[in-house]
Design a protein around this ligand. Structure first.
Ligand code: GSH
Length: 207
């Protein structure tokens, strides 16, 4: 492999990249560098490559580093000859990228909740802030359920991969959310796409 991906199997942002690599036949091009990190326990190796101290980051053959997941996804999508996973132009490009941004927004909120509830000492937790983040997740899921399931089902691309990784992360970190009850169509779609080899291969370890 000529490229190195800073990786942790629990990271949903890393998972988007792993799914893309699998879907586009590029897994063999990337070596995995396993890291453990959190805002309170940074990785020196990651900090040296990405000042934000976040994964994924992708080290290229020439030593340059790409981040964040959106940039890495776009880069790797331009390195294969199949149908692009980010439409190159037209209305589809902006719509699919907006759905992908919605999936990322769900993930950003879920990761912040994870840090606030898992890392932060119990007596210092801020419930209003947690509720505010949870609202972003429930509104995002409602939007996907009401207005995007057919689009997600039409093509397993940047939008669908983002949504699938977001739902997988909610199952990992917020099983009590039981999002399927409010989102039956999204649940049916997710049941199907989570069987794809790219999804089973990148599934996070049990919490
Ligand atoms: N916008 C970033 C992306 O799309 O790559 C978010 C990446 C992110 O939040 N990664 C988490 C991380 O590295 C792991 S899931 N957290 C460490 C930290 O925040 O210090």
């Amino acid at each position: 492999p000529t490229m190195t991906l800073f990786h942790n199997p629990a990271s949903p942002f890393v998972r988007k990249i792993m799914v893309l690599l699998h879907e586009t036949g590029q897994l063999g091009r990337v070596a995995i560098e396993s890291v453990q990190l959190a805002p309170t326990q940074p990785s020196a190796a990651v900090n040296a490559s990405n000042p934000a101290g976040k994964i994924p980051a992708l080290r290229l053959a020439d030593g340059g580093v790409l981040y964040d997941s959106r940039v890495i996804f776009d880069y790797l999508d331009q390195q294969h000859v199949g149908e692009p996973l980010i439409p190159r132009d037209g209305h589809a490009r902006w719509r699919r990228l907006t759905l992908a941004a919605l999936a990322d927004a769900i993930l950003d909120a879920a990761v912040l909740i994870r840090y606030e509830s898992f890392l932060r000492p119990a007596d210092k937790r801020w419930q209003d802030w947690l509720d505010g983040q949870q609202g972003k997740i429930s509104r995002g899921l409602a939007e996907l359920e009401s207005n995007a399931v057919a689009e997600l089902a039409s093509h397993f691309d940047v939008a669908a991969i983002g949504a699938a990784c977001a739902l997988g992360y909610l199952d990992l970190r917020q099983p009590e959310l039981a999002w399927r009850a409010a989102c039956p169509q999204l649940a049916a779609w997710y049941a199907e796409v989570s069987q794809r080899p790219s999804m089973t291969h990148s599934a996070p370890p049990a919490a």
